[in-house]
Design a protein around this ligand. Structure first.
Ligand code: KIV
Length: 272
């Protein structure tokens, strides 16, 4: 019997119980009202308003340029479209790393101005004071370890993280620390499947993987990637469920032809 079948709104407590009951958690990103409605209706447990909006919505090369105001705009639209899923919003780069008070102020703005239910931020021990301050204010925090895209210029590559023992050990310690600080869940991005299993078995809070293999408590993908809208991005971990890039460009080419040939609008597509 599914825990969340008849639930009106998924909460952080629902996700905790799902881990406890061995029920996998499904999560996708969304950045606007229309997509959020479809993702919600499709039945995901949680929606992430990811700072990947910087890439897929705004066309930036990295997640670094997106601002807090822009994240709040995306979050407001998603919250209006999501009736059932828990809505989690990324704190963007620069809005929480410098000091805990700034981190809390950023998190409060997201919660107050968007109506979202939780925030996510990247990093382990380096950001522990910020996490503590936000959790103490009653705001649910999702952690994010492994390939943390806001640190891409430090990593210098989007390759798999924590293959070496030292980085793997730090990741396990950071996961335990995030749990002890009160995070309600943890994203594990692009790390070896075996390490994700170790982390998942070491903590009581749910782990949500992206490129972290099957032995985690849930999965997340960027919705534009899994629908095949971002046609050039095909990492090994991505399962593409549609090819919307071809579908959409094909439909638009057909529309252009119909207009050029005066086929559109026809008799039924005009007012008498
Ligand atoms: O911003 C994002 O979309 C994310 C997911 C990839 C986890 O952080």
């Amino acid at each position: 019997m599914s825990i969340n079948k008849d639930i009106k709104r998924i909460t952080t407590e629902t996700l905790r119980l799902m881990k406890f009951e061995n029920q996998k958690i499904s999560m996708l990103t969304a950045y606007d009202y229309t997509m959020a409605q479809m993702v919600d209706l499709g039945g995901v447990d949680a929606i992430l308003v990811g700072d990947s909006a910087s890439n897929v919505m705004a066309g930036h090369e990295t997640t670094l340029p997106i601002t807090l105001d822009q994240m709040i705009y995306h979050a407001q639209s998603v919250v209006r479209g999501a009736e059932r899923a828990l809505v989690v919003v990324d704190l963007p780069f620069g809005s929480y790393q410098s000091d805990p008070q700034k981190a809390l102020d950023s998190a409060v703005r997201i919660m107050k101005e968007s109506g979202a239910h939780a925030i996510k931020l990247e990093g382990g021990s380096e950001v522990q004071k910020s996490i503590k301050k936000i959790v103490n204010a009653g705001i649910p925090v999702m952690g994010h370890l492994g390939l943390t895209p806001q640190s891409i210029y430090q990593f210098g590559t989007y390759k798999v993280r924590a293959k070496e023992e030292a980085e793997a050990n730090k990741l396990v310690e950071d996961a335990k620390l995030l749990e002890s600080l009160g995070c309600f869940a943890l994203v594990l991005e692009k790390i070896p499947a075996k390490l994700a299993k170790v982390v998942t078995e070491s903590i009581q809070i749910p782990t949500i993987g992206i490129g972290a293999g099957p032995n985690v408590d849930g999965q997340i993908l960027v919705v534009n990637d899994m629908l095949g809208m971002t046609h050039e991005f095909k990492p090994r971990f991505l399962r593409q469920y549609l090819n919307l890039y071809d579908e959409i460009t094909g439909a638009i080419a057909k529309y252009v032809k119909d207009v050029q040939q005066s086929d559109f609008p026809n008799e039924n597509e005009q007012y008498k």
